[in-house]
Design a protein around this ligand. Structure first.
Ligand code: ASP
Length: 331
């Protein structure tokens, strides 16, 4: 009897250990904070340390959700919020200014399980545009809302709104003054301060994929210009049959090359690996077109790609309980 009881207890312990292992096994989170002319010689040690620390904080935030069996969509939103709340990146607080001196933001989110997606463009009072993209995805009949209408919808969904002054940083304001003087539209990373658009892609422990992107767009943009970030298939895509992906770079090129969907399509229809597909679109097609930027992505098997044709890309990934991997420059 004693032996029988012991065997029962042991079996229970083993089952628990196994369940724990299965629950947490195989999740992956990959992020970016913008790509561009990011050179070590132009970066102070403090700035680099601050960026690395924020990227790690973002990864750890998403990891905590994935580790307790949380969904890829939730991890992506929480991870992006950390970067939106940091003035280091061109999203949420610290977003770049448009020609009229406003911070006008775009974001998108996609769920690889059912191809459900939500996006917002040109919002000016939404503290975390990625949370509004999630509301569009889960609580509206639409995929993309813009401007005033998007903010009216935000009010109906209890989304946190702030005074536009919240987004202002002196660095971004000075960048706008320079751009106005030169009469140019600047990609965030064309400038001295090379902080950028943010994005995340995740594979959760249930085998589901999701991706999201959030940005302030380009300094001195006019006429309600919208880049690739909120465009499903250009800046963001997720499909359990292929991969989850977020892009950063010169949006006009990324829209025309349908970057995010093209990478997924090469995998699904042509059987390319994630890295082969990313190389084809980012290092071949975009380069030929003259489109600068990069992507971060994860596939259903947990393979990660962080591919860019610029000098650098703020990036990182974490797989289960392994140490996070964080990079800034080319090598
Ligand atoms: N892709 C963004 C845009 O064109 C900019 C960026 O990635 O920094 O709006």
């Amino acid at each position: 009897m004693k032996h029988f009881l012991l065997a029962l207890v042991m079996a229970g312990v083993c089952a628990m250990a196994q369940a724990h292992e299965t629950d947490n096994k195989g999740y992956v989170l990959v992020i970016h904070g913008g790509a561009g002319t990011i050179l070590k010689k132009n970066m102070s040690a403090e700035k680099e340390a601050a960026i690395r620390a924020k990227l790690e904080e973002a990864l750890r935030t998403g990891q905590a959700i994935l580790d307790r069996g949380g969904e890829a969509v939730e991890a992506v939103v929480a991870t992006i919020k950390v970067m939106e709340n940091s003035p280091l990146f061109n999203a949420g607080k610290g977003a770049v200014f448009n020609h009229e001196g406003q911070n006008e933001m775009d974001a998108s989110l996609m769920d690889g399980r059912d191809l459900n997606a939500g996006a917002v463009a040109g919002v000016t009072h939404v503290k975390n545009p990625i949370t509004l993209a999630r509301e569009v995805m889960t609580n509206s009949k639409h995929v993309m809302l813009s401007g005033k209408g998007a903010e009216e919808f935000a009010h109906t969904r209890d989304i946190e709104m702030v005074d536009p002054a919240y987004f202002r940083t002196e660095k971004r304001w000075n960048q706008l003054q320079k751009a106005l003087k030169k009469d140019t539209v600047l990609l965030d990373h064309d400038q001295e301060q090379k902080f950028g658009t943010v994005g995340a892609a995740a594979l959760d422990s249930h085998g589901n994929l999701a991706a999201g992107t959030s940005t302030g767009g380009m300094t001195n943009k006019r006429w309600n210009r919208i880049g690739d970030s909120p465009v499903i298939g250009a800046g963001t895509y997720a499909d359990n049959n292929s991969c989850a992906l977020s892009a950063t770079g010169h949006g006009e090129f990324f829209i025309r090359a349908a970057v995010a969907h093209s990478v997924c399509a090469l995998m699904e229809y042509k059987g390319l690996t994630l890295q082969q597909a990313a190389d084809e679109i980012i290092m071949n097609k975009l380069v030929k077109m003259g489109g600068e930027g990069g992507i971060i992505a994860v596939d259903g098997k947990g393979n990660v790609s962080m591919t860019f044709n610029t000098e650098g890309m703020y990036r990182g990934y974490i797989k289960g309980h392994e140490k996070p991997v964080i990079g800034i420059y080319k090598e």
